[in-house]
Design a protein around this ligand. Structure first.
Ligand code: ADP
Ligand code: ZN
Ligand code: ZN
Length: 807
């Protein structure tokens, strides 16, 4: 027997090599398991794609080791991996690797110990033998056990399934089962970055540990995990503790507080409108309808309540459900709504979990213990075997698009899995994306609508304030008169206020007032951002950091200043204008610590502050009963971005922000301050008029040949030398124009909006097309020609299908 095994080699077209399966591994090699295989003189990890009985390869080498007891990939996920690597042109191995939780990438050997099930009556003699051997030697490595009982791997599997034995991600000491050692960073990462730069060259291990924290943006990590992953010793960690970079604490391993709770405990009576939508969805489930639903419901219309009941319906039929929520909205409050209803059947996946915690949640899904997963983008890959329902909440959110390879969009993956499983897909939003709504009006998606808030609650009144007018009247403050008056009014009434500041385009940069010099990153064509907390200037693209300068590096002047309306500045002005006001500021600076995000929100909920001031992260998902005023400090910063979705994003953001007001008994007001009050995205948002916005934006898109009328592919080229990247881009465009059919437009090359990152110059070109099955073949051919002609290993060419961020 032979197996096709895909491995990590730098060849885009690699679809797997054949390896022989040695006799003693026959029972354990199956599609989806991870294996170790020889490659040249080394051993490398690979994934088994399929098995076959003959091969054309002359000298087939044998598989060395099998790393899994249960396959890591279902057949479906193998298929999905193949499709993604084609559609998004990315390496098959790396694409598949991304479908797994990252802890599985670290090659930690799994350990086996005695499980919870103590019942021995049902076990065969052979099974009992295994159990007793484990209980004498536990914890044992999986490979050790298989050596002891070479032909009993199938029994091992069933013992684990029956919970007689337990599979752990790593060897744990029995006595300390409930306690774990956790290593924590003792300083903010910006400071650490500076410290690392001045580390002695020899201290590579120490540096490696600290960098690992930075790379993973982690505040704390399990000690055992750190030691095993980085192959460092305890004493290296001790040294870092002595030097004051790290500290160790013992932590209770958290138990699931919902474990014994029964669900169904607080189901609400649906409104007639909600009931209508629910029935349509359920009926189609019964009729086997296969087009996705687009649930267009205004903020506070009770979409989440519908999700819960549709999930319940699928659960009764034994089907699994995936719920995607934008990372930012995945608050404990949100999770609570699902866990409160479905208890421990819910697994949660988001980036704030440690690697170990993520793996635990993933295993719950793999073993079938969880039937529902609530998570951010990558939860779309949950390894369910009987998937019946996929819900994407806030489907218009750009965070569903991954910006690294493979550059997939969760919506595309959802549609693929829907097809595979004949599942139901619900895309929900108060402001559907242009693409989805376009599908709906052409009957390719099934549109269902909730035009009203629940229980007759009113949508907030939106006031637009022209800031140019304010300036003419002599008001130079960042608050208009209208906003000031309303803030005072709410403070008097002891109600709460949310103030929103769009961070993009408003980050604080440093400029010399004498000569106009702006501090830029020496490696990227972008200005450095000032962080007040530790007086550091930082590049948000490569992480470069330096201390704030006392004098201008260009002219020596000391009049060097921080510009831009950062949240800190707004906070200062609030304190000046409304003495005694209590403000909670939420931005990257105040929420970088694990758990701080939740702490601040809880505190606001308890009315320990009057004003919540923040960036994008407060625009969505939050639900505070006492908030009756929402202010947008400057609505149009986003409109100026070089992005064809700028108007759409502005409309969405304003609608979402406005949706935070008056969601409960108290009615709400929204004040939008802007320098372009006449812009249609601002006008229609203030009227809560999605339809008109959609129609107007659609005309614009059609005129400009943008999606949803044409599809886009962006190709980016980068190289340390400007002349090389220019030559390569021109060549690429020429090659493509020669290959593609007449309906395909090839645009560019042009300098990328950020012309240099990490010392590499960047160019891009754009392809516009409709229904061209060969488009990827043409592109790959053109790239191949360029690579063959230039033979330059420094040249990087990257493809982005349906791009979102054009930087
Ligand atoms: P959306 O997801 O559309 O923003 P939610 O589902 O969060 O709306 O509902 C908004 C608020 O209304 C929530 O506090 C929710 O508990 C409540 N709610 C939803 N449906 C009902 C209902 N049928 N009866 C009473 N309250 C409801
Ligand atoms: Zn200067
Ligand atoms: Zn940089």
């Amino acid at each position: 027997m032979y197996a096709t095994v895909v491995i990590d080699i730098p060849d885009l077209s690699h679809q797997g090599f054949d390896y022989a399966i040695p006799k003693h591994l026959l029972s354990r090699v199956e599609p989806g398991v991870r294996v170790l295989v020889p490659l040249g003189s080394r051993t490398t990890e690979g994934f088994v794609l399929d098995l076959h009985s003959s091969t054309d390869v002359k000298q087939v080498r044998p598989i060395k080791e099998v790393l899994d007891l249960e396959p890591s990939f279902t057949t479906e996920l193998i298929e999905l991996g193949k499709w993604m690597s084609q559609y998004y042109t990315s390496h098959l191995f790396r694409t598949m690797q991304m479908l797994l939780p990252s802890a599985l990438k670290t090659k930690i050997e799994q350990a086996i110990s005695i499980g919870e099930n103590e019942e021995e009556g049902q076990l065969s003699r052979e099974e009992l033998e295994i159990k007793h051997w484990v209980s004498e030697n536990e914890p044992v490595k999986q490979s050790q056990l298989l050596k002891q009982f070479p032909d009993r791997s199938h029994l091992l599997k069933s013992l684990i399934k029956k919970e007689v034995l337990r599979l752990d991600k790593q060897i744990k000491n029995k006595a300390t089962k409930k306690k774990i050692n956790v290593v924590q960073l003792k300083m903010p990462s910006e400071q650490l970055l500076l410290e690392i730069a001045s580390f002695p060259k020899k201290a590579t291990k120490q540096r490696q540990i600290l960098e690992y924290f930075l790379i993973n943006q982690a505040e704390e990590m399990e000690l055992a995990f750190l030691l095993a992953t980085l192959k460092v010793t305890r004493s290296t960690v001790q040294t870092l503790i002595k030097k004051g970079y790290l500290q160790i604490t013992e932590k209770e391993q958290g138990r699931d507080p919902y474990k014994d709770r029964h669900f169904h405990d607080k189901e609400v009576q649906l409104t007639a409108e909600q009931e209508g939508v629910l029935q349509q969805i359920i009926q189609s489930f019964q009729n086997g309808r296969k087009s996705p639903f687009l649930l267009h419901g205004v903020t506070g219309s009770g979409k989440t309540e519908i999700y819960l009941q549709v999930i319940e319906h699928h659960l009764e039929k034994g089907k699994d459900s995936i719920v995607l929520v934008p990372e930012i909205s995945l608050t404990p409050q949100m999770v609570e709504r699902f866990k409160g209803r479905f208890g421990s059947l819910v697994a949660v996946l988001h980036s704030r979990l440690s690697q170990g915690e993520r793996l635990d949640e993933w295993r719950k899904i793999q073993r079938g213990e969880a039937k529902i997963v609530v998570g951010a983008r990558s939860a779309i890959f949950a390894p369910f075997k009987d998937l019946g329902l996929i819900i994407i909440d806030e489907e218009h959110e750009s965070s569903y698009k991954q910006e690294e390879h493979p550059k997939y969009h969760a919506r595309e993956i959802a549609l693929w899995r829907q097809n595979y499983h004949q599942a139901t897909v619900i895309l929900g939003s108060a402001t559907p994306s242009m693409e989805s709504y376009y599908e709906a009006i052409h009957q390719r998606y099934h549109l269902v609508e909730l035009p009203n808030r629940v229980l007759g609650r009113a949508l907030p009144t939106i006031h637009i304030v022209d800031m140019r007018e304010e300036l003419r009247k002599g008001n130079r403050s960042m608050f208009s008169h209208a906003l000031q008056e309303k803030i005072e009014d709410r403070l008097d009434k002891k109600e709460q206020i949310v103030l929103f500041l769009n961070r993009r385009g408003y980050s604080t940069f440093v400029m010399c007032r004498s000569c106009g010099y702006v501090m830029k990153c020496p490696h990227c064509e972008i200005s450095l951002t000032y962080h007040q907390t530790n007086h550091v200037l930082r590049c948000h693209y490569c992480g470069y950091a330096e201390h704030e300068p006392k004098n201008c590096p260009e002219c020596g002047s000391s009049h060097i200043r921080y510009f831009g309306t950062g949240t800190q500045k707004v906070e200062e002005e609030l304190a000046r204008r409304f003495p005694g006001v209590r403000v909670i500021r939420m931005d990257v600076d105040t929420t970088s610590k694990k758990g701080s995000h939740e702490k601040l929100l809880t505190s606001f909920r308890k009315h320990e502050a009057d004003i919540l001031l923040g960036t994008q992260m407060i625009a969505k998902g939050l639900d505070f009963p006492k908030v009756t005023l929402v202010g947008v400090i400057a609505a149009d910063t986003m409109l100026r971005l070089p992005d064809f979705r700028a108007a759409e994003r502005t409309f969405q953001l304003l609608t979402q922000v406005g949706g935070r007001a008056g969601r409960h008994e108290l009615a709400g007001d929204v004040v939008i301050q802007t320098y372009t009050p006449e812009h249609y995205s601002i006008q229609h948002a203030s009227q809560h008029d999605f339809q008109s916005f959609f129609q107007q934006e659609l005309k614009h898109r059609e005129m400009m040949d943008y999606p949803p009328f044409r599809k886009l592919i962006a190709i980016q080229l980068s190289h340390p030398e400007l002349s090389v990247v220019m030559k390569a881009s021109e060549r690429l465009v020429r090659e493509m124009k020669a290959l593609v059919s007449a309906n395909v437009e090839v645009l560019g090359p042009v300098t990328a909006p950020i012309s240099r990152i990490k010392d590499r110059y960047r160019f891009q070109c754009m392809i516009k097309y409709n229904d061209e099955p060969s488009i990827m073949i043409w592109i790959q051919q053109a790239i191949k020609h360029v690579n063959e002609a230039l033979k330059d290993r420094q040249l990087l060419i990257s493809i982005d299908v349906d791009p979102y961020v054009l930087m």
